[in-house]
Design a binder for this molecule. Sequence first.
Ligand code: HEM
Length: 161
Amino acid sequence: MDELVFARVLHVLGVVLWIGGVAMVTTVLLPTLARMPSAIEAMAFFEQFRRRFAAQARISTLFVGVTGFYMVYVLDAWQRFTQWQYWWMHTMVFIWLLFSFMLFVMEPRGRRQQAQAPAQTNISADTFAIIQRKHLKLLLLSLLTIAGAVAGSHGWLISGN
Ligand code: HEM
């Protein structure tokens, strides 16, 4: 059982680093950038920031995925994916897949395209508002999932199952 506890600790630490970063970007960084006088300079800063965060988030997502599936295996909890009371198991995997796709496929692709194309000039404060809205949706879904996962893991399931 010690291995399960250890996996749980690493799982939660990975979640904190990763979703905590998403929260900071959404609620602090993006609103600040939207108010900067030069949207082009703000975007250049954001791109650098995002690249660095993506490198860290890639490691956290790997930790979360490996420890998550390890726990499913040790708990032999595969059947939960067929029960709606464990909706938070589905959303955990969904969020993980979504972020993994963005971090391992979209982000490197965007970086390659940016290296080839000239700097964009059609950037405005609205660009940051759009990016912020997308981040906010992901953040809210992540927070809901974290709440459901903590409650569910500790026995608080809908319909008392
Ligand atoms: C491949 C993706 C993932 C898998 C397979 C997975 C699997 C698991 C499993 C099996 C547990 C333990 C459940 C139990 O003890 O009954 C767990 C707990 C938890 N997971 Fe995930 N998870 C994944 C991704 C995520 C993500 C993306 C988040 C955050 C958005 C997350 C947040 C949590 C939290 C907060 C707990 C509760 C820890 C506790 O209070 O003990 N997981 N996860």
